[in-house]
Design a protein around this ligand. Structure first.
Ligand SMILES: N[C@@H](CCC(=O)N[C@@H](CS)C(=O)NCC(=O)O)C(=O)O
Length: 195
């Protein structure tokens, strides 16, 4: 099944990373993929503009179905492969409501990284962002947190968030999809050190 999937992605991009984590969690390894360079403006190439006129990554295709929004692609994967791999959206009303709530709060976080403290408030000791299990809300949140850490978020100020980061970082899906250029080069910017 994964052979009919294709992902265009950029290293270190939280939206791209979300889809990669979801693919790993849903046991869809073996999908076709192409790593593009933002630096070389490959996301504005005719190859990408033809699929995504916004000229952004990720671009995801499954057969003839194209999804260029990370939330859409992740939800699509969960719905199409519900009984495969990790269940990322719980069945019961209360649990599902919390996962949806947290997922959409990540959008606010993306717009305004300063609200990162909001994520800290939601984290109980040893828990994931929507309770005791890893869910779609973590798929959405983790790349954003890792991005903030990479760009110098003051880790001393956010002990609960760091505990979450250190725990989730070890998950096989996260390790398998860790941005390749982060492995090779140390952080060079600390623009978030005062956040
Ligand atoms: N809403 C999109 C956002 C995609 C997005 O912002 N991609 C960035 C990389 S993180 C991008 O391609 N930026 C290049 C540009 O906008 O020209 C999603 O969640 O998939």
């Amino acid at each position: 099944m994964a052979e009919t999937m294709f992902l265009f992605w950029g290293s270190g991009s939280p939206p791209c990373w979300r889809i990669m984590i979801a693919l790993e969690e849903k046991k869809l390894q073996g999908y076709e993929q192409k790593l593009l360079s933002f630096e070389k403006m490959e996301h504005k190439s005719s190859e990408i503009m033809a699929i995504n006129p916004r000229g952004q990554l990720p671009c995801f295709r499954h057969g003839d179905t194209i999804l260029n929004e990370s939330f859409g692609a992740c939800l699509y994967l969960e719905n199409q492969f519900k009984s495969q791999g990790t269940q990322l959206i719980p069945d019961t009303g209360d649990e599902q409501a919390l996962v949806y709530q947290r997922m959409h709060e990540v959008l606010t976080l993306h717009e305004k990284l300063g609200t990162i403290s909001g994520a800290c408030i939601a984290l109980g000791p040893g828990s994931y962002i929507a309770g005791k299990n890893f869910t779609m809300a973590d798929v959405m949140l983790f790349p954003q947190v890792a991005f903030a850490v990479r760009f110098g978020l003051s880790t001393d100020k956010y002990p609960k968030l760091m505990e979450y980061y250190m725990k989730v970082k070890e998950r096989p899906s996260i390790q398998a999809s860790w941005p390749p250029h982060w492995k090779e080069s140390p952080p060079t910017l600390d623009v978030l050190k005062d956040v």
